[in-house]
Write a new protein. Structure first.
Length: 401
């Protein structure tokens, strides 16, 4: 199969999976809230997802060392299909006394997602030539963020004309189609350095690579700072910001999210259009994205004008993408392809843990010092990341080991 066909299958398969994921989350949250009448119980869902994905990211190297990456990706979608079908059958039997079963399903699905995310990222360089990686990453991110924007805006509308059972079976169908498309990908094996590595060696492989490769150490620190800074965009903080700072209606929370995603989409399209320029200036583009994100986040925190907040949210989203795609390309070209899955797993575990801790600390800080302070803190963290990129601009180049 040609590289173009493999890329098309990967994009289509992952797109169907992403649509299904959002519909599934919307359905689950709505079902749990209606069943229990408790917002607190519904809020446990994100915690369950985050915890399960963290565990999965830690354990994924045990699978990538034994199963071909394309088969593993298809298998995770196949397992999610089976779980959705089982959940669809169980749905009519669930009530207030046994709703905890839902959290078992949520955890199992998140375990699959924690495995599939690093694997799908690691597959891209296997099907794309190095000089076309920037453009390919731009396409993947553009499609992904467009789906996110449309589905989160439209997800609630599905609840108006479909009940929870119908939506869950729709999700199962989407996961099934995704697994079929992904099963058609050309075979890709993950080759471990030793023929029979122990489980301990497999679990440590990604972490060892992160600490041994200088460029990856910088990327990991930048990722940590970005993730911590990004915690200010969680719903709980934005809700308070809209209410206390903008003193606007809560519909502005949705508007701000929408413009943020629009910035992400534009960023992806820019890399598709100007891939050759970006390919030659990855570190400069990253620095520009972080500088723009720093300024926009600081101004966002202090403005009380709703229209200005929308424009600044758009710039923050654009800055995030200007950093993310070069960072992705640097990772993909700085180490051998067979190490990518374990490195992405380690970065995923680091990011999930950091985001969980940051969300807690950001919430405490907002309560203690006010919501404006957390956006200024976020801007400070992005500024530190920008300084790291500037000081490491020579090493943050493709292919440097």
């Amino acid at each position: 199969m040609t590289a173009k066909n493999n890329v098309a299958l990967l994009v289509a398969g992952q797109s169907l999976a992403n649509i299904g994921d959002i519909l599934y989350i919307v359905t689950i949250i709505n079902f749990v809230y209606i069943l229990t009448g408790s917002a607190a119980v519904a809020s446990v869902i994100p915690f369950t997802v985050t915890s399960a994905m963290f565990v999965s990211s830690l354990l994924t190297p045990l699978l990538t060392g034994r199963i071909g990456l394309n088969r593993l990706l298809a298998a995770t979608q196949g397992l999610k299909t089976a779980m959705m079908a089982g959940f669809g059958l169980m749905l009519p039997l669930l009530n207030v006394s046994n709703y905890y079963f839902i959290f078992l399903v949520i955890a199992l699905v998140a375990l699959c997602d924690g495995c599939s995310n690093p694997v799908s990222q690691a597959l891209i360089p296997h099907y794309v030539e190095p000089e076309r990686l920037v453009k390919a990453n731009g396409v993947f991110e553009g499609v992904y963020q467009t789906i996110n924007t449309v589905m989160w805006l439209a997800g609630g509308a599905f609840l108006l004309f479909m009940d929870s059972g119908q939506l869950i079976w729709t999700v199962a169908l989407l996961f099934l189609l995704s697994s079929v498309l992904l099963s058609l990908l050309d075979r890709v094996e993950h080759r471990a350095e030793s023929e029979s590595p122990s489980s301990g060696q497999q679990l440590k492989e990604g972490w060892i690579t992160l600490f041994q490769v200088p460029v990856l150490k910088r990327v990991a620190v930048i990722e940590l700072l970005e993730t911590f800074a990004g915690a200010v965009w969680i719903a709980a903080i934005l809700y308070v910001y809209v209410s206390d700072v903008l003193q606007a209606g809560q519909q502005w929370w949705g508007f701000i999210n929408g413009t943020f995603f629009m910035g992400l989409i534009l960023g992806g399209l820019l890399f598709v259009r100007f891939d050759e320029f970006a390919d030659r200036h990855l570190a400069k583009v990253m620095f520009g994205g972080l500088a723009a994100g720093t300024a926009a986040t600081a101004l966002f925190g202090i403005t009380a004008i709703p229209g200005a907040a929308l424009a600044l949210s758009f710039l923050v989203g654009l800055g995030v993408q200007l950093v993310g795609i070069p960072k992705q390309t640097i990772i993909q070209t700085s180490i051998p392809e067979d190490k990518l899955a374990t490195v992405y797993s380690s970065l995923g575990a680091l990011g999930t843990l950091t985001f969980g801790v940051a969300s807690l600390l950001i919430g405490i800080t907002a309560e203690w010092l006010g919501v404006k302070s957390v956006y200024l803190l976020s801007a400070l963290l992005l500024a530190v990341a920008a300084l790291i990129v500037f000081s490491s601009r020579k090493i943050l180049s493709k292919g440097i080991q």
